[in-house]
Design a protein around this ligand. Structure first.
Ligand code: NIG
Ligand code: FE
Length: 374
């Protein structure tokens, strides 16, 4: 058994019910898990000691929504958007062509590069979706590669209907041969429920088939327009409805009543010049929020949870504490994980040291690399 004590922590965020945030604290890690948390002066002995010098310690970020298996570059599309062009779901097809043309090694190396960026910015758990293959073989290899990088893999064959296929034939493929090929590598099933992608009936059919194959449902919902995605997430008991940019009062009430986590992805609104979702409205209604990057080459090419957190505070109406909770515990709830997103005794030892006296600096000092190497 090896143990490591983190001590001289000015501010320690554990999200423990009784004592969520400690001052002048210490934390003991044993065999990869948190073994003890308390006042610095009560700390037990350990094999190794790391004096963090009056800095703050937080749980690693849980990024519950990303699309890391892709090839190609869409910076020209971003440039066009910043010159006034609108964002459209059809841009996904550009990445599909580049992804199909890439080798397994290229896809793996690109995803590993992005995970390295995430890790250096404090992310210790990441969900990864397929969705840029759109054939049974290309979706299955995307998920096979994703499964080498995370246990939180999501089958998103229903990202967009590929060129040359009718919507009906494609739903049949996604719920048939493609699902069979992908299910062994996936934990979750997702659908881009949106005008220009998949409507209510197709979304229900695809998620229901995925659930019958043992996958757990989550949805891209209400990103570009008011739509049926949130209500479907609630009806089907999805873990999460992500985006939630355009919500009716009935949508907000349904999320609260069903206990579906609303995933907010403000990197998308930043990168598409769309209006931001209203986190305050959701929090006031009692909805559980997760913040995530949605890292993808089209609508949000950031791997940075600190950037997302700063946007959440500045643009979504969240306090720094609410934003940190949603980027850690909220992400864990979205992925139905109890071992990550917090630093209570027994948690996985995802200990992130910030070069700052308080987690508030994550939003107070936007764009500054505060995460120290572990
Ligand atoms: O979450 N909304 C659907 N999928 C991605 C966008 C993908 C793309 O534009 O390539 C998203 O925003
Ligand atoms: Fe997405």
């Amino acid at each position: 058994m090896t143990s490591q004590l983190f001590t001289n922590i000015a501010e320690l965020v554990t999200w423990d019910d009784e004592h969520p945030i400690w001052s002048d604290a210490a934390l003991l890690v044993e065999d990869g898990a948190v073994a003890w948390v308390g006042a610095r002066t009560d700390a037990p002995a350990a094999d190794a000691v790391r004096d963090v010098g009056g800095r703050s310690v937080i749980p690693g970020f849980v990024d519950s929504h990303s699309h890391l298996i892709f090839a190609g570059d869409r910076s020209a599309e971003f440039e066009a958007r910043m010159s006034g062009q609108p964002y459209a779901a059809g841009g996904i097809r550009t990445t599909v062509a580049a992804t199909r043309a890439a080798s397994d090694d290229q896809l793996r190396a690109n995803a590993a590069r992005l995970i390295g960026e995430m890790r250096r910015q404090g992310t210790t758990t990441v969900e990864i979706k397929s969705g840029y293959g759109l054939t049974a073989a290309d979706e299955a290899r995307s998920l096979r590669i994703a499964a080498q990088l995370t246990s939180e893999t999501t089958f998103l064959g229903a990202h967009v209907v590929p060129d040359g296929t009718s919507p009906e034939a494609y739903v049949e493929l996604v719920t048939g041969a493609m699902l069979t090929a992908c299910a062994p590598y996936a934990r979750w099933v997702d659908v881009f429920c949106e005008a220009g992608a998949f409507g209510a009936d197709a979304t229900r059919t695809i998620l229901t088939a995925g659930m019958a194959a043992g996958l757990l449902p989550r949805i891209h919902a209400n990103q570009l327009t008011y739509g049926p995605g949130v209500q479907l997430a609630c009806e089907l008991g999805a873990a999460a409805a992500d985006h939630c940019t355009y919500l009716s009062d009935a949508d907000v009430d349904a999320l609260a009543a069903a206990g579906v986590v609303a995933g907010l992805l403000p990197g998308v609104e930043f990168s598409t010049r769309h209006p931001y979702p209203d986190a305050r409205r959701l929090l006031d209604a009692g909805v559980t929020l997760a913040l995530a990057t949605d890292c993808n080459p089209g609508s949000s090419y950031t791997s940075s949870m600190p950037f997302v957190l700063a946007l959440a505070v500045r643009e979504l109406g969240m306090t720094p504490r609410e934003a940190l909770w949603s980027a850690t515990m909220g992400g864990a709830r979205s992925l139905r994980r109890t071992d990550v997103g917090h630093l209570r005794t027994g948690a996985r030892a995802d200990v992130i040291v910030l070069d700052a006296p308080s987690y508030t600096h994550l939003a107070y000092r936007p764009g500054v690399p505060l995460v120290l190497p572990s």
